[in-house]
Design a protein around this ligand. Structure first.
Ligand code: IDP
Ligand code: MG
Length: 167
């Protein structure tokens, strides 16, 4: 099935200069990158992204992790990978959630760690299933930032909206 997956290079991945290594590993999938942007993550975005973990004891720490509060790089690289079985292929290369249990040659097995605070710093996020992918892609991207029409859109007319443009 042709599907799409949201991929995030998390703050530890950026801080450790792993973007190139991660993209090289993901290129083994032969999937297409159909959107990419650097994001300064807000608390609201982080909490919405990890809403399924909100009752877990490690939730506050995972939010701080995604916000970049444990790293010198307060940013995340967000991408959409698109193609046959995109979610399965990307998750396979990413490896298990717990970096100690991840296959050693997987991305998380190679570069992840468990911190003394108990956070799994596993350098990359990959959507878990098509429904999560849709929810997450709509959180991280606007339709005109994606070069393929993934989901239905609508046109709205905005009045008196202030927008930054080049001076
Ligand atoms: P996933 O990223 O493999 O889909 P999720 O269960 O969706 O795993 O968890 C989201 C993120 O929360 C993980 O990638 C990891 O950074 C963190 N996390 C998940 N479970 C734990 C845990 O038991 N302890 C510490 N951090 C965790
Ligand atoms: Mg998940």
């Amino acid at each position: 099935m042709i599907e799409q997956a949201l991929i995030l290079v998390k703050p530890d991945g950026l801080s450790k200069s792993l973007t190139g290594n991660i993209l090289t590993r993901l290129s083994e999938t032969k999937l297409e990158i159909i959107a990419a942007r650097m994001v300064r993550v807000t608390k609201k975005l982080a909490e919405e992204h990890y809403q399924h973990l909100k009752d877990k004891p490690f939730f506050p720490a995972v939010i701080k992790y995604l916000l970049g509060e444990y790293h010198d790089r307060k940013k995340v690289m967000a991408m959409i990978y698109w193609g046959e079985d995109a979610i399965k292929k990307c998750r396979q290369l990413a490896g298990a959630t717990n970096p100690e249990e991840a296959e050693p040659t997987s991305i998380r097995g190679s570069y992840g760690r468990i911190t003394t605070r108990g956070v799994y710093e596993n350098v990359i996020h990959v959507s878990g299933n098509p429904a999560d992918a849709e929810r997450e892609i709509k959180l991280w991207f606007q339709p005109d930032e994606i070069i393929v029409d993934l989901y239905p859109t609508k046109d709205i007319v905005l009045n008196s909206v202030t927008k930054k443009t080049w001076a």
